[in-house]
Design a protein around this ligand. Structure first.
Ligand code: AHG
Ligand code: MN
Ligand code: MN
Length: 343
C-alpha cells in the first residue's frame, strides 16, 4: 500500500489484506472486527475514568497476585462477552483468568485462539497515563474441541501467531496490528467511531536513543544487567550515548513510543520477588504479541538469551524477562547479558 492508503478505515484495510490471501474465508476478518468493537467499548469507558464509580480497585487479587482494578474486570468481561458468540474461537486466554476460557455450549466454535491482556498498565488508570489492550491470535492445531484438552493448542510459541497487536487508550485511541505482512496503526476518529489508517507501514529505527525500564529495581539485578543499563547511560559520541530515559510503567505506552521513535524497553529478571525470578511480564499476553509486532516492523524481542518468539511456553501465565525494540539495541542487551560484553 502506498501513502494513498492513509485515511482508509480498519475494515477496508482488513478486507484488502483478506483479498491478498487466497485461502481466507472471512473468519479472521470477522474476528478482528469484533475485537475492535470490544476495544471501542473499553476506550469509551476508559475516557470516562474519573467520573462515576469506575476508578480504583475491586479489592480482589488476580491469578498474577496483583490487585485487580475495576477497569481490568470491565475490559476482561467486554472482550469475553463480545468474542464468545462469534463462532470463530475455540477458547480464549486472559491475564485475568487462571484457566483457559471456554466458549459456552450455546455458541458455535471455530479454529482460532485469542490470548489477551484486557487492560495493560492498570496501575496508571487513576492518574490518566496511557493504558491499553494487548492481543495475540493463534490457529488451533489439534482436532480437540473440549477446552480441557486445548492447552497444548494455546501454548504454541509466539512465532505461530497469525496476528497480534494492541490498542492504546492515550491522548487518542490507536490500534496497531500485524498479520505478518507489516505493521499498521489506526487512530480512532471519535466523532465517526471509526479507526482510520494513520501510521502506515511502521518501521522501527535499527538503533534508537531511548532506554526504558524501571530503574528502581537496580539493586535487585545481577551484574550483567547492571552493566547493560550502565552502558546506556555512559557518554560516548560515536554510539550516541548516553541514551535518554523514558518510562511510564504501561508496557503498551512504553512500547508504542519506542516503536515509533526507536530504542529499547527492558523488564529484566530481578531478585525482588522470589516468586517471580524470571521477570514480571507475561509471555503469552504481553511479550509474544509485542514481539510479533516489533519483528514485523524490523525490530527484535529477546528474553536476554534468544528470541521471545521461539520460546516453547509451558504455562499460560508464565513470565519472561523482556528486551524489545530496535534490533541493534536488543542485540547489545543480549551481548551484555551473556557476559560476552562489559562496559
Ligand atoms: P498489567 O497492568 O497488565 O498488570 O501490566 C503492568 C505491567 C506493564 O504494563 C508495565 O510495563 C509493568 O507492569 C510496570 O511494572 P513496574 O511497575 O514494576 O515498573
Ligand atoms: Mn499488562
Ligand atoms: Mn492487565
Amino acid at each position: 500500500m502506498d501513502k494513498k492508503g492513509v485515511g482508509i478505515t480498519i475494515t477496508q484495510h482488513l478486507l484488502m489484506e483478506e483479498r491478498q490471501n487466497p485461502e481466507a474465508t472471512g473468519a479472521f476478518t470477522y474476528l478482528l472486527n469484533e475485537l475492535i468493537v470490544a476495544a471501542k467499548v473499553i476506550s469509551w469507558e476508559v475516557n470516562k475514568a474519573g467520573l462515576g464509580d469506575i476508578l480504583g480497585s475491586t479489592g480482589e487479587i488476580n491469578v498474577q497476585q496483583e490487585r485487580v482494578q475495576k477497569l481490568d474486570v470491565f475490559s476482561n468481561r467486554v472482550i469475553i462477552e463480545r468474542m464468545q458468540h462469534i463462532g470463530q474461537l475455540c477458547c480464549m486466554g486472559s491475564e485475568e483468568v487462571a484457566e483457559l476460557i471456554d466458549i459456552p455450549s450455546q455458541y458455535p466454535k471455530g479454529n482460532y485462539i485469542l490470548l489477551f491482556d484486557p487492560l495493560d498498565g492498570s496501575s496508571n488508570i487513576d492518574v490518566n497515563v496511557s493504558i491499553g489492550t494487548i492481543f495475540g491470535i493463534y490457529r488451533k492445531v489439534s482436532d480437540e474441541t473440549d477446552v480441557d484438552f486445548l492447552l497444548t493448542d494455546a501454548l504454541q510459541p509466539g512465532i505461530k501467531q497469525v496476528a497480534a497487536g494492541y490498542f492504546i487508550y492515550g491522548s487518542s485511541t490507536i490500534m496497531v496490528y500485524t498479520t505478518g505482512n507489516g505493521v499498521n496503526g489506526f487512530t480512532l476518529y471519535p466523532s465517526v467511531g471509526e479507526f482510520l489508517l494513520s501510521h502506515e507501514n511502521i518501521r522501527i529505527p535499527e538503533k534508537g536513543k531511548i532506554y526504558s525500564l524501571n530503574e528502581g529495581n537496580y539493586q535487585y539485578w545481577d551484574e550483567d544487567t547492571k552493566a547493560l543499563v550502565d552502558y546506556f547511560k555512559q557518554k560516548d559520541k560515536t554510539t550516541g550515548r548516553p541514551y535518554t530515559s523514558r518510562y511510564v510503567g504501561s508496557l503498551v505506552a512504553d512500547f508504542h513510543r519506542n516503536l515509533l521513535k526507536g530504542g529499547i524497553f527492558m523488564y529484566p529478571a530481578d531478585l525482588k520477588d522470589p516468586k517471580k525470578p524470571t521477570g514480571k511480564l507475561r509471555l503469552m499476553v504481553e511479550a509474544n504479541p509485542l514481539a510479533m509486532v516489533v519483528r514485523e516492523a524490523g525490530g527484535y524481542a529477546s528474553d536476554g538469551k534468544g528470541p521471545i518468539l521461539e520460546i516453547q511456553p509451558t504455562d499460560l501465565h508464565q513470565r519472561v524477562p523482556l528486551y524489545i525494540g530496535s534490533k541493534e539495541d536488543v542485540e547489545t542487551a543480549e551481548a551484555f547479558l551473556s557476559g560476552e560484553r562489559r562496559v
